[in-house]
Design a protein around this ligand. Structure first.
Ligand SMILES: NC(=O)c1ccc[n+]([C@@H]2O[C@H](COP(=O)([O-])OP(=O)(O)OC[C@H]3O[C@@H](n4cnc5c(N)ncnc54)[C@H](OP(=O)(O)O)[C@@H]3O)[C@@H](O)[C@H]2O)c1
Length: 283
């Protein structure tokens, strides 16, 4: 069987890098992976992880998911080389932790532009190709926070809720074209995500004033997050196992939680009326 042509966004670090390396190094060479990142100056880690697969079954390319037309260019490039795109993984994303009033509108818009509209851009560019070839698989890296809101991550939660809605809405429209669409829902994962989030969350606008009471409330909530077991980060490996399961499934499901914890928290949300968000876990 011809190898599946795969495009992944956000491969400079974390889940994107690990997924690209896993698929690119498949022992049966089942995949040709286009591992993209917005800044090619960061490609060294991925190139190292790719090892012998580099430029054979794993190709590193530039793609900023917030830039109009880069989406079309990357698909045109891949179509020119292979004449098809089989799998699209929307992985690029970042977070912000803090009171809503401490987040600039610029940051809020940029988060939607990356986490949500970045996904919309790539799916829009992929659909004409996948519909024509009457096959394709779209995997959106969402989060448990696409179902349960985490206090102080308001806009991030909203981007992932939006991603869940988009996925659910497209599923019935795409199945008649042989295209599947799913979300993968990790809880916390041991990547640079938290570190980047903490840098992103530093006050960026001198005009933003947060009251002492708000800081006190937030600090009390942060203390709860260190509760043992509840928010222990999952290693990247098992998360990649779940993404690969989704990529390989004969009949992919709509949603793929990456751990039992995530599965049970989300189930609790839908079982119990009144559960509004992750804070309910601390009651
Ligand atoms: N780690 C977690 O706890 C966790 C939990 C649930 C869901 N997720 C989701 O998993 C996905 C991957 O996150 P991760 O944990 O692997 O974090 P990560 O290590 O911080 O990786 C995020 C990736 O997204 C890229 N990115 C950001 N903005 C971009 C843009 N405009 N265009 C292209 N790429 C861009 C980053 O590139 P740069 O290096 O250039 O910034 C990086 O490659 C995200 O969608 C995240 O929301 C993560």
């Amino acid at each position: 069987m011809a190898p599946l042509v795969v495009l992944i966004s956000g491969c400079s670090t974390g889940i994107g890098l690990a997924l690209a390396a896993r698929l690119g190094q498949d022992p049966d060479k089942k995949y040709l992976v286009y591992a993209t990142m917005r800044n090619l100056a960061k490609k060294e880690g991925l190139e190292k992880a790719a090892g012998d697969a580099l430029d054979k079954t794993l190709f590193v390319r530039q793609l900023d998911v917030t830039v109009d037309d880069q989406d079309k260019s990357i698909f045109e490039f891949i179509m020119g080389k292979h004449g098809r795109v089989d799998v699209l993984v929307n992985n690029a994303g970042f977070g912000f932790f803090g009171p809503l009033e401490a987040m600039s509108m610029e940051k809020a818009k940029s988060m939607f532009d990356t986490n949500y509209f970045g996904t919309v851009r790539l799916i829009r560019a992929a659909l004409p190709i996948m519909k024509k070839q009457k096959s394709g698989r779209i995997v959106n890296i969402s989060s448990i926070l696409g179902h349960l809101a985490m206090p102080y991550m308001d806009v991030y939660n909203a981007t992932k809720f939006a991603m869940e809605g988009l996925t659910e809405s497209l599923l019935p429209q795409l199945k008649h074209f042989g295209i599947s669409i799913s979300t993968v829902q990790p809880g916390p994962v041991a990547t640079k995500f938290a570190e980047t989030m903490s840098t992103n969350s530093k006050a960026e606008d001198d005009n933003i004033i947060v009251s002492e009471d708000t800081v006190k409330e937030m600090t009390a909530f942060q203390a709860l997050l260190s509760k043992p077991d509840l928010f222990t980060a999952q290693e990247t490996g098992p998360v990649i196992d779940v993404i690969v399961e989704c990529v390989q499934a004969e009949k992919p499901k709509l949603r793929y939680p990456t751990s039992e914890n995530v599965r049970s928290w989300v189930a609790k949300r839908y079982r119990e009326e009144g559960v509004t968000g992750l804070e309910s876990l601390f009651e």
